[in-house]
Design a protein around this ligand. Structure first.
Ligand SMILES: NC(=O)c1ccc[n+]([C@@H]2O[C@H](COP(=O)([O-])OP(=O)(O)OC[C@H]3O[C@@H](n4cnc5c(N)ncnc54)[C@H](OP(=O)(O)O)[C@@H]3O)[C@@H](O)[C@H]2O)c1
Length: 241
């Protein structure tokens, strides 16, 4: 039995057009939450909206497609979400990618900049846009999808790891600062999830629906509980202490 009623919540999910974010949008929508959804692809967003419509989800939905690395677009989307849905109770920073694979010795500045823009600066822009309205309402929850690459070094993933660990640093400091405003800040560290994140299917990894249920459970915990960190892995993974 969840501690919070999903229908009382407005949940903003970035990266809602694919993989984990899409599965979370479906699960939260099915549970009755009101949703603000964004992704990069207009076509994928339209397909998701048709799917949510066919599911006859009870809550309200506001959605836009845009490039989340453009901070002005992030701010405008948050403003329009507030106008459409009245408030944001939960921000889920889920959009992300690993498009700069290769050994550290061969990394270019461009590789690092691209990963930093999407995996660090973009979720920071969402935090900065959502913080004032959450603080003025006395609280909120910010769920940040990081990765177990923050815990273990993986060859070939230098730029992605640098961007995720840079954002992890900001999340840790923000958690302390935001607590005073009643805002709880979660760092979620997934291991492998079988999504389009990778070129090849990995059926032995977590199904996105299963990972999404874990994150929805975290969102629905009683607001007196601060779920600072959550590590979730498929059983096949062995890179843990
Ligand atoms: N899959 C894994 O094994 C794994 C493990 C650890 C952590 N993670 C993290 O989990 C999160 C979700 O990944 P996933 O596995 O669900 O990957 P995914 O299926 O590829 O989904 C990524 C999402 O991010 C969006 N996105 C990418 N670039 C964008 C941009 N410039 N502007 C706006 N949206 C953008 C995509 O939008 P479009 O589809 O519309 O382009 C998509 O909705 C990421 O932060 C990832 O780093 C994944």
């Amino acid at each position: 039995m969840p501690n919070r009623k999903p229908s009382d919540l407005v949940i903003l999910i970035t990266g809602a057009t694919s993989g984990l974010g899409k599965a979370l949008a479906e699960a939260a929508g099915r549970a009755g939450a009101n949703l603000a959804l964004c992704g990069r692809s207009r076509d994928k967003l339209d397909a998701l909206l048709r799917e949510l419509d066919a599911m006859a989800i009870p809550g309200k939905v506001y959605a836009e497609a845009f490039d989340a690395t453009e901070a002005s677009q992030v701010g405008a989307f948050v403003e329009r979400t507030l106008a459409a849905l009245g408030r944001i109770d939960v921000l889920v920073n889920c959009a992300g990618a690993n498009t700069a694979r290769g050994p550290v010795a061969g990394l270019t500045v461009g590789d690092l900049e691209a990963m930093m823009a999407l995996n660090c600066l973009s979720p920071l822009a969402f935090i900065q846009a959502c913080h004032p309205p959450m603080a003025s309402r006395g609280g909120g929850l910010v769920v940040n999808i990081l990765s177990t690459v923050c815990r273990f070094s993986n060859e070939g993933l230098g730029a992605y790891t640098a961007s995720k660990t840079a954002f992890e640093g900001l999340v840790g400091v923000y958690r302390k600062e935001a607590r005073k405003a009643g805002i709880r800040v979660s760092a979620v560290y997934p291991g492998g999830i079988d999504t389009p994140f990778r070129a090849q299917a990995r059926p032995e990894y977590l199904r996105p629906e299963v990972a999404a249920e874990a994150i929805l459970s975290l969102i629905l915990l009683d607001p007196s509980l601060a779920p600072d960190e959550l590590v979730i892995r498929p059983l096949v993974e062995t890179n843990y202490a």
